[in-house]
Design a protein around this ligand. Structure first.
Ligand SMILES: Cc1cc2nc3c(=O)[nH]c(=O)nc-3n(C[C@H](O)[C@H](O)[C@H](O)COP(=O)(O)OP(=O)(O)OC[C@H]3O[C@@H](n4cnc5c(N)ncnc54)[C@H](O)[C@@H]3O)c2cc1C
Length: 482
């Protein structure tokens, strides 16, 4: 029989001290959702299960005890660190769940300058970590837009990707080792070695698990030398996305590794670069690293772009200045809430990926269909944000006027828009990128069939079905836990 809310609260209080169990009603309500439901949140309408408690463990052993207790008593657990998720990842499908909040586990354990790695607890904030490293001449080189908000556990759990990924990769390329706790309370350590090749890489069972499989308590990531004095910035205006994609492709194919390689369409460019874009697309590059490498990368980019006389170079300072203001902290989140409540104009994003031969089709078809099929769309644009040897990501940004009750907004606008973009990506041979596309929580069959997010592993067999929207490339062996 399920425990009552009071029993759940008493149970966790018996494991961690009383002040580590939060039961304030307002805080609990706010913890029932993430930014996926920002309109409901702003309107003070809470339609999801309200947690029985937020539990703030002090150490790995407490995480293990809490998970074991919840596992034995059928209590759903939502892991959380920075609270910047935007995909229903922090919602529970079962009532009387707890949020296991590791933000208090925020010690940097070791900066290892010999082996170029840093070990920290799950609650270490990325921006703070990077500032400490930068003062010593190093950097994580990981810079998602949510850097001021996100913490190491959540970053690894979401396979997060940052602005310099074209050179350094996503967080999955940066993680060296981990400590994680499984639902039965078992603590697993994956040690910090440069390479392993016996069987599948078990780090990838944990990286990107979205808090569905285990709780990440400690993370070791690579560090790199920090040399901002060598950074080179490049910006160009051009009139065609097709040409822009071809330039990105050529830069990658020729073997250059810019840290930033982005292409904004005219609409999105207007939002970012209105002072010089003049209704054109904008191409942005950044080259970095040791001086000689940065300069050679920059020269390579310029040589590729030169083949396209329609590209007009802009002052590099404009790009450098723009870049310095790209990240979002609490202030920007608050400002957005104010604007939405005043205007009822809602903005969201969806990210997909495709190879070079289909990315332009994905881009044009998605924009065309969303504009045609979704009522109240006020604006839509997009940019390619991370490039690879074989393709790129496309990040769609869209706004609509909300003409419905807060609790209907997701169904009337956001889900249908996502569906169109993901459908077009899949049809053309691409895929969604889960952290802005369809995370585990968005797949309704998971909710209906299994409830507890910790049982998601059993459902991953669905990922092998090519028609399934979850087939995003993050396939984990089924029956792993047996
Ligand atoms: C303005 C804004 C910009 C963003 N830009 C980017 C971007 O550029 N790139 C990008 O990748 N993402 C971006 N995001 C999304 C989000 O910031 C990332 O997914 C981030 O990695 C989440 O980290 P967090 O610490 O806030 O995690 P949370 O929000 O606390 O949790 C996110 C997910 O991870 C799980 N989780 C959290 N901690 C743990 C843990 N210790 N163990 C196991 N599971 C855990 C949760 O259950 C949840 O499923 C952005 C979000 C916002 C609001």
């Amino acid at each position: 029989m399920s425990l009552t809310r009071e029993q759940v609260v008493q149970g966790v209080k018996g494991i961690v001290s009383e002040e580590r169990v939060i039961t304030d009603k307002h805080i609990l309500k706010e913890s029932s959702v993430d930014r996926f439901r920002k309109y409901e949140f702003i309107s003070g309408v809470y339609t999801q299960h309200i947690p029985a408690a937020i539990v703030k463990p002090e150490n790995t052993e407490q995480v293990a005890e809490v998970l074991k207790y919840c596992n034995e008593n059928g209590i759903n657990v939502i892991p959380r660190t920075g609270f910047s998720a935007l995909e229903q990842m922090l919602e529970s499908v079962k009532e009387n769940h707890i949020v296991l909040d590791g933000s208090g586990m925020n010690k940097i354990i070791k900066i290892d300058e010999c082996n170029m790695q840093v070990t920290c607890q799950c609650g270490v904030n990325l921006q703070e970590l990077d500032e400490i490293l930068q003062a010593k001449g190093y950097t994580t080189a990981h810079s998602p837009q949510s850097k001021p908000l996100a913490q190491m556990g959540g970053l690894v759990a979401t396979r997060s990707i940052g602005q310099f990924s074209t050179l350094y990769g996503g967080i999955e390329d940066m993680v060296v080792g981990l400590e994680a706790v499984f639902p039965n309370g078992e603590i697993t350590r994956i040690k910090n070695v440069p390479r392993r090749a016996a069987g599948p890489d078990i780090r990838h069972v944990i990286i990107g698990n979205e808090g569905a499989l285990c709780y990440i308590t400690e993370v070791t990531v690579k560090i790199f030398k920090y040399m901002p004095e060598n950074n080179l910035f490049y910006g160009y205006t051009l009139d065609s996305m097709k040409t822009g994609f071809e330039i990105l492709r050529q830069v990658m194919v020729e073997g250059y590794k810019p840290s930033v390689a982005r292409l904004y369409d005219a609409a999105d460019a207007q939002g970012h670069f209105s002072h010089f874009a003049n209704d054109e697309c904008v191409l942005v590059f950044m080259a970095e690293g040791p001086k000689g490498i940065a300069e050679a990368t920059g020269a390579g980019i310029e040589a590729v772009v030169k083949q396209y006389p329609e590209c007009q170079k802009v002052d590099s300072q404009l790009i450098e200045d723009w870049f310095a203001r790209l990240n979002w902290g609490l202030e920007q989140v608050e400002q957005e809430r104010i604007e939405i409540s005043e205007t009822k104009n809602m903005g969201f994003t969806t990210e997909v990926a495709g190879c070079w031969d289909c990315i332009h089709e994905i881009y044009t078809r998605s924009i065309e269909r969303v504009k045609n099929e979704i009522p109240d769309i006020t604006w839509m644009g997009g940019h390619s944000s991370h490039s690879y040897l074989n393709g790129t990501n496309m990040y769609f940004v869209y706004y609509y006027d909300v003409n419905c009750a807060p609790e209907e907004e997701i169904h009337k606008y956001h889900n249908p828009i996502n569906k169109i973009i993901v459908e077009e990506a899949l049809k053309a041979g691409g895929t969604m990128v889960h952290h802005h596309g369809v995370g585990k929580a968005r797949a309704p069959w998971i909710k209906e069939e299994y409830g507890s997010s910790f049982y998601i592993l059993k459902t991953l067999k669905n990922a092998f079905d090519p028609n399934n929207i979850m087939n995003a490339g993050n396939i984990i062996p089924v029956d792993f836990l047996k």
